[in-house]
Design a protein around this ligand. Structure first.
Ligand SMILES: [Zn+2]
Length: 253
């Protein structure tokens, strides 16, 4: 596979980077990414991933645009309230980069559809808004052997972590939240600019992971504080008793 003249021009600022080059750009062009959630995090990640020429993006979200989304979800406009987010996001992707193939899934992720939706991807980005869905996505990612990039924003705090093998996301949050279906963003609020920072940071980690730029951040949680304006990172321990990836785990076959 080779890049066309149009693609060489389009991705020129990537290709000139020694860490990316033509070989790295070809990896991006061949990559398949699933994005769970087309809300604040998804809308923050999609423009950069589309611009980078990710070969295939699957968008999963069953929501329609609400007026209160517009404060933080820059893919959508005031005249689109009531329309399905995945349709609007797919249209945005198509206009921004016609080389990106996009599939939309206007369903809520559940235990009985998650494997079928996520299988066949090289990376999953989870920007959903509740722990129950996040744990369902994480368990599937471990089962399917697909790296998971988990990103969240609440109030002034953002967090992004790449999970590949052990530790997994469940090692980090435990089992207490499986039944937690609350929308913490609605309850606690979130600064609109924060979701853009976190979503775009997730896009950066995704691009690095696909190209293979060192160091590998798997197992490290990156935290941004929008009040103190500081980034911190912490290495996450694996939980030997984790029911998804620990000894005697049931989820992996
Ligand atoms: Zn685990």
């Amino acid at each position: 596979m080779a890049l066309s003249d149009e693609e060489l021009d389009r991705y020129a600022r990537h290709i000139v980077l020694p860490q990316v080059g033509g070989a790295g750009q070809l990896k991006l062009t061949a990559a398949r990414i699933a994005i769970a959630g087309a809300g604040g995090i998804g809308a923050g990640a999609i423009p950069s991933l589309t611009g980078a020429g990710i070969g295939h993006i699957t968008l999963i979200d069953d929501d329609r645009v609400e007026l209160s989304n517009l404060q933080r979800q820059p893919l959508y406009t005031s005249d689109q309230v009531g329309q399905r987010k995945v349709d609007l996001a797919a249209r945005f992707i198509g206009k921004r980069n016609p080389h990106v193939e996009c599939r939309t899934v206007a369903d809520r992720i559940e235990a009985d559809n998650v494997d079928a939706i996520l299988s066949g991807h090289d990376l999953i980005i989870d920007g959903t808004d509740n722990f129950a869905t996040r744990l369902t996505v994480s368990d599937a990612a471990v089962r399917l052997g697909i790296p998971l990039l988990s990103a969240a924003a609440q109030q002034f705090q953002g967090q992004v972590g790449l999970f590949r093998g052990q530790p997994c996301y469940r090692c980090f949050v435990g089992d207490a939240f499986d039944a937690d279906d609350c929308d913490s963003c609605a309850e606690l609020g979130v600064l609109g600019a924060l979701t853009g920072i976190v979503g775009n940071f997730a896009a950066l980690i995704a691009i690095r992971a696909i190209v293979g730029i060192a160091p590998d951040p798997a197992g490290t949680l990156h935290l941004f504080d929008g009040l103190s304006l500081t980034w911190k990172s912490m290495k996450l321990p694996r939980d030997p008793g984790c029911r998804t990836c620990g000894e005697g785990h049931e989820a992996r076959t």
